[in-house]
Design a protein around this ligand. Sequence first.
Ligand SMILES: Nc1ncnc2c1ncn2[C@@H]1O[C@H](COP(=O)(O)OP(=O)(O)O)[C@@H](O)[C@H]1O
Ligand SMILES: [Mg+2]
Length: 415
Amino acid sequence: MRGRWWQGLDLRVLRHVRGVLRRRGLELTLVEHRPVDAGAFAAIDPAEPNGAGLALIGPELSAPEVELIEHMLGEAALDVSLALRDRDEEPDLEAGKRMRYAGILGGAPNMQELYSLIERVAPTDSTVLIQGENGTGKELVARAIHTRSLRSGHRFVVTNCSAFNDNLLDSELFGHKRGAFTGAVADKAGLFETADLGTFFLDEIGDMSPTLQVKVLRVLQEGTFNRVGDTETRKVDVRIIAATNRDLTAMVREGLYREDLFYRINVINVALPALRERRGDVALLVDAFLTRQSTQAKARSKKLSAECMQRMLEYPWPGNVRELENEIERLVVLSGHDPVIAESLLSPRIRTYTPDPAAIADADVDSLPAAVEALERKMISAAMRRHSGNKTRAAEELKVSRRNLIRLVQKYELE
Ligand SMILES: Nc1ncnc2c1ncn2[C@@H]1O[C@H](COP(=O)(O)OP(=O)(O)O)[C@@H](O)[C@H]1O
Ligand SMILES: [Mg+2]
């Protein structure tokens, strides 16, 4: 897909492992996806256990041998990921375009901006506020910032502020002293302590009550807090990354959110684009998720039919990448043994969605010819659908000659 991305790596550990294996007559391969028939396998990116990695294909190994080899591979994979990171990021920056970054997929211009922002922000200790609709990858980005930071050797702790009631969240975040409330049978450390020296990801920060907002503000300002019911003041060194899909500025204006906390959190603001603002990435995401699905199922990768892909390209994805990922999972299951996924299997909301031809909202389209093509494709595809593929009638409606329409239908593969 992206060519031989591993070329030019200088890996001592890898060579060492390879040497050991070769002496035993075993061959090690660097693969882009976990092979179905791997005897042993180590993923380069722990976040993508079925992604690129080092594989030993096929040989019959005993369980302890597999364990030993995977252990050795694991070390090498770490090195490979470091080498890839060094190699990947500089030259690709020059080339101007990255199709993925730290487990985040996307090649659109707004994603390039995101990657370079993450790169600049990660090594600092600044608090980061990630804003974006549901499913745009806020947690993924928070993790990326942590793994690219100097704190990566320490914990990345996640909590969802909307998943608890106020008292529970208080104890969850700050811990409690034995007897502080009914059920507090022992002293308990909170997540701020767990995250000490690492990164704490506070998801749905907009859902936090005013009382807790005060306590969190204090940690941000002084690094100190008390466990619930405890007089002892504790100190932690935690980097905070917060996320929300709500409009905090508006909440501040309406008095629903503390202004001082908002400014403390919003030191660096990372706004994630909605998927409809980077439509050019839909095909790439479809491919990646199809591959991921098939590797998980230890099966061959499937393809979408042209019509099915066309629907996916037109649909506005209000649930963003999460919605697309779920749709692919569903399609893979429903298509059974068929290698090609038919349009008829699409969820009804996607299959029957009719784009508004007047709206060329493609944020990804940055030239006039590309915008014209996008509009042509949309209008023709919608007209063809309305007339069930009848070109004479579609041409009439669009006020173009039938010959012209046929040419365009071929050009955009809308048959
Ligand atoms: N840019 C992306 N590349 C790859 N996967 C993504 C991307 N954005 C989101 N996802 C996937 O979509 C799902 C939702 O992502 P998540 O980070 O939980 O979104 P949010 O927190 O914004 O709702 C996850 O499975 C995540 O891996
Ligand atoms: Mg989330």
